[in-house]
Design a protein around this ligand. Sequence first.
Ligand code: ME8
Length: 547
Amino acid sequence: MSNAGAYYITTPIYYVNDRPHIGHCYTTVLADVAARFHRLMGREVFFLTGTDEHADKVVTSAAEHGVSPQAWADRNAAAFKEAFAFLGCTNDDFIRTTEARHREKVSAYISRLIESGAVYKGEYTGWYDAGQEEYVTDTAAREADYKSTVNGKALIKRTEPCYFFRLSRYQGKLRALIEERPEFIRPDARRQEVLGRLRPPAELHDVPISRPVTDDPATQWGIRIPGDDAHRVYVWIDALFNYLSVVDTSERRKFWPATVHLIGKDILWFHAVIWPAVLLALGEPLPRTVFGHGWWIAEGQKMSKSLGNFIDLEKVRAYASRYSLDALRWFLSTQGPLTGNDADFGHAKFVETYNADLANGIGNCASRVANMIDKYFGGAAPDAQGVTALAGHDWPRIVGELTTGADGAAHLASRFDLHGALRSGVELVRKIDGYINTTAPFKLAKHADDDPLKKRELAVILYHCAEAIRIAAYLFWPAMPWKMDELLTRWGCPTGTQAVQRGLTLADLAAWAGEHGLKAGAPISKGEAGAGGLFNRADAAEVPPGT
Ligand code: ME8
C-alpha cells in the first residue's frame, strides 16, 4: 500500500574495505538534513544508510590485515556506524549486506528474475578492471588504451560463464521514462548525461550479474546464485537490492518506492539505469528521484590515496570539536557539491562561512535581541499585543516579511533544494538584522522611560525580532539541531527535537504569535553567564584543526 505521507531517503551503502572519510560523511549528513526537514514537515520518514560488504576488495584488504573478510567487514562497518552516530545522523536503520535479512531477500529477487527470464545464463568475454571490479565496454577499454581509468593498471581480457540481466530490453522504456519524468534523475545535467547514453545510436547490452566461484577463497565471498553454487551475485547487484530488501516487510512496505536515492555522481549509471531496469523486471514501482551530487576536493586538490590528502574522520572530528558539530554540518550541507561543480573543503572558506552565517549571523542576532530584552524588559518577552498602529510603522507588512521563510523552506526541501531551504534561515536573519538597524531599538530605549509610546514601540519591535528568531531556529534546525535546540530552550519554546516527537509541524511552529509562538512575559535567557554566544567569532589566521 502506498502512503502519500511517506518519505524514504537512502544513501549509497559504503564499501567496508576502508574507513569512512569526508565524502561518506557528506552524503549521509545531507540525507540526515533532508530526513529531519521532512520529519519537521510532518512526513513519515524512513532514512536508510549502511555498508556494502561483498566486494572482492574487502577480501583483499582483510587478507592484508591478516583477518577474515567478515571480521574486517565487522570492524569497518562499526567505524561507519560510529561516524554517522557521531555526526548526529538519525538513520532509521543501518543495513549490512552480510546480514541474513538482506541475503535471503537477494536470493529471492534473483530467483524471481531467473524464473521470469530477465536473468539468463550465458558466457561473457570482456575487459575487466580488477581494481574497480567491473567490466569496461570495448569502446571504453580502447579509448583508455586498455588501462584502468582509475588506477592506470592494465585491463584483463576474461571469458567466463555468467548470468546476464536483460538490460537491452529496457532501453526504450527507460529513455521514455527519463524523458517524461524530469525529477527522476537530478540535477538536470546528470539527467542529460544518462539520456545521451540511452539515445540511439547508443545501445544497451545485457549485463553480467554474477561472478564465478572457484577454489580460491577470494571468490567465495558473496551471495550464491540460487540453485547454482558455482556463481555468486555480482557485488553491485547485491548492493542495489539493499534499498528494497530493508523495506520489503509488511510494516515497512509503505515506504516503497523510495522518494530519493541520494548518491555521488560516480555511481549514477548503476542507480539511474541498471537499478530501475531491475525494478521494472521485478514489477516494482520506481523511485521518485535519483539525485547525484558532485565531489568534495581538499584545499583545491582532488583527494587521493597517493596525495594522502583525504579529509578523514580525525579531521572531521577536529573541526567539530573546534567549531561545534553544528557548524561542521552547516558547512557540509550549505557549501557542499550538491549540484554542478566540485566543492572545496578549504580552511579559509570554512571560517568565512562560519563567521558570516553563524557567528555574525544567527548567533549575533540572537544574542543582540536577548541582550536588549534582558536590559529593557528584565529578560521577559515584551508584549506586542493590541498594538495596531504606531506612527511610522507598517506592522502588517513587517510581520508579513518576517514570516515568509517557512513555507518557502518547506517547498525547497521537498524539491531537494537543501541549499535553498537552509538559505531561508539565513535570509530571515538578514531581514531581522536589517529591521534592527532601521528601527534602532537601542536608540528608542534611551527615551523609553519617559515616553510610554516609545516604550510600546520598543516592545513591539523586540517582540517581532524574538518571534522571527524563533522561526529562523526551526529553519536552521535540520542542519544544526543541537545549537538550535539550545536557542529554542533559551527562548522557552519547544525545541525542534520535541516538536518532531510531539508531531508538531513546521507550519504549526511557524505561525506568527500562534499557539507555539513566543508568549508575552515568558522569560528569554541570554544563556549561561560566561558561556558566550551560540557561535563565537573565529579567526581565519588560526591553525586549521587536525593539522
Ligand atoms: O560506491 N565527495 O561505495 P563507496 C563527495 N558501495 N562524496 C563522496 C566522495 C567525495 N570526494 N567520495 C565518496 C560505493 N563519496 C558502493 C555503493 S550503493 C548501492 C553501492 C560518497 O564506499 C558518494 O556518496 O565507494 C559516493 O557515491 C559514495 O561515497 C561512494 O562510496
